[in-house]
Write a protein that binds this ligand. Structure first.
Ligand code: HEC
Ligand code: HEC
Length: 358
């Protein structure tokens, strides 16, 4: 009896351990191979949002204001003025939401200038309080709306320049007037649906959606409007002139470098089989094959796993099309162009996105 009871117990423990081991292996394998933890997904998305926001603030708004060319204001629309950085983030969030992937984001605060930017529920309120106390924290969790589960993450939004402080402290609608440089002023709230796991393709699609939304808004609301109003031009050599704007392609490339420096592992760039700048050509056979595939059929996303040393990466390539006549004219007429017959709607290159997989 003793003996039987003993071995039964061992067997029982053995089965449990075996089952657990199986579970863990299964879990790590599926995580490692074809999905990304939601925290990491939010970190990638946040990196792109932050990079674009800080480049827009520093290289566009502050430069042009200092040059006395144009200011940013909430009422930019009818006045040849620039949208505020907060508005650019909000517009991009709406644009991304409209693309229908389920990804959403917005800027909020416990001390909002606009009521609708306050916390929408207890989760958001708690999160905004946590990041206001410690901006290095990321407040996150799973929430449910109807039957759908969402992952939600809140990142601190800090007063990175004196202009943030001055405008908010001095604003008619501000419930708080003692911000100092470096203070937390609010938070970026990111959410996306989670069923079981978030596939690698889905992560690339989220990142691509943010990149595209920011690029389109920068092109339409900033570059084209400023050029049409005769205020400033976007040129390749913008850095040499106090009052020129970076080209949309350069903004994307600069943001890619900035994101790379943030350390989430995410990288992206703009490339082409007919690059104006040699370094924008395909870096290897995978990229060459991908750029060819999306050039043939822009609705395709070329993706796959690559290895560098011991690290595996997921890489996805999206078509980049001539969405306006200015793309065509500038590239066809450029001194360094190896192709001079681009037409409206043609694929001119691709956005290459990659991130490491555990
Ligand atoms: C010229 C004025 C101005 C400047 C400069 C400015 N903001 Fe704002 N900010 C606004 C306005 C106006 C809104 C409301 C925008 C809306 O919802 O239409 C806003 C919205 C926000 C929000 C969302 C909550 C709220 O107050 O409605 C945060 C957070 C925020 N800004 C942080 C910043 C940070 C950080 C900076 C500097 C990088 C900055 N702002 C620079 C005017 C400004
Ligand atoms: C005023 C000129 C100009 C306009 C307009 C322009 N580009 Fe470019 N584009 C450039 C330059 C210059 C580069 C190289 C930037 C660098 O690497 O510094 C570039 C880079 C690129 C690249 C990366 C490969 C390469 O050629 O180096 C792609 C793809 C691209 N542009 C597509 C577009 C699309 C699509 C549009 C329209 C939405 C557009 N461009 C509008 C000048 C322009």
């Amino acid at each position: 009896m003793m003996h039987t009871g003993f071995s039964k117990r061992i067997m029982f423990v053995g089965i449990i351990l075996g089952a657990l081991a199986g579970l863990f292996v299964g879990a790590t394998e599926s995580r490692g191979q074809d999905s990304v933890p939601p925290e990491q997904v939010a970190a990638h998305v946040h990196a792109v949002i932050e990079a674009d926001r800080s480049l827009y603030t520093e290289f566009v708004v502050e430069r042009l204001q200092q040059a006395g060319k144009v200011i940013a204001s909430r009422h930019w629309k009818n006045r040849s003025q620039l949208p505020l950085p907060a508005q650019m983030l909000m517009f991009a969030g709406l644009e991304v939401e409209g693309m229908g992937s389920g990804l959403k984001y917005r800027l909020a605060s416990l001390w909002p200038l606009e009521e609708e930017n306050g916390p929408a529920n207890d989760f958001e309120k708690a999160g905004l309080e946590v990041v206001a106390d410690d901006p290095s924290e990321v407040y996150s969790g799973m929430i449910k709306r109807g039957k759908q589960k969402y992952f939600k993450a809140i990142y601190a939004d800090k007063a990175v320049s004196q202009s943030c402080v001055e405008c908010h402290n001095g604003h008619l609608l501000s419930p708080k007037r003692d911000y100092k440089l470096g203070d937390v002023m609010g938070g970026v709230i990111i959410s996306f649906p989670v069923d079981d796991a978030i596939s690698l393709e889905q992560v690339a699609a989220y990142v691509h959606a943010v990149i595209e939304a920011d690029r389109t808004l920068y092109t339409k609301l900033v570059v084209e409007r400023m050029q049409q109003a005769g205020i400033v031009l976007a040129t390749q050599n913008w850095k040499k002139y106090r009052s020129q704007l970076p080209l949309p392609a350069q903004m994307l490339l600069l943001a890619g470098l900035e994101v790379e420096g943030m350390g989430s592992g995410l990288k992206y760039r703009l490339a082409s089989l007919w690059p104006l700048e040699e370094e924008n050509g395909p870096a290897n056979d995978f990229e060459k094959a991908g750029l060819e595939v999306v050039a043939d059929d822009p609705s395709e996303v070329y993706s796959g796993m690559i290895k560098r040393g011991k690290q595996k990466y997921f890489k996805a390539i999206y078509a980049d099309k001539a969405v306006s006549q200015s793309c065509v004219e500038c590239h066809n007429g450029h001194l360094l162009s190896s192709k001079r017959d681009f037409k409206l709607g043609d694929v001119m290159g691709g956005v290459i996105i990659s991130f490491p997989i555990e």
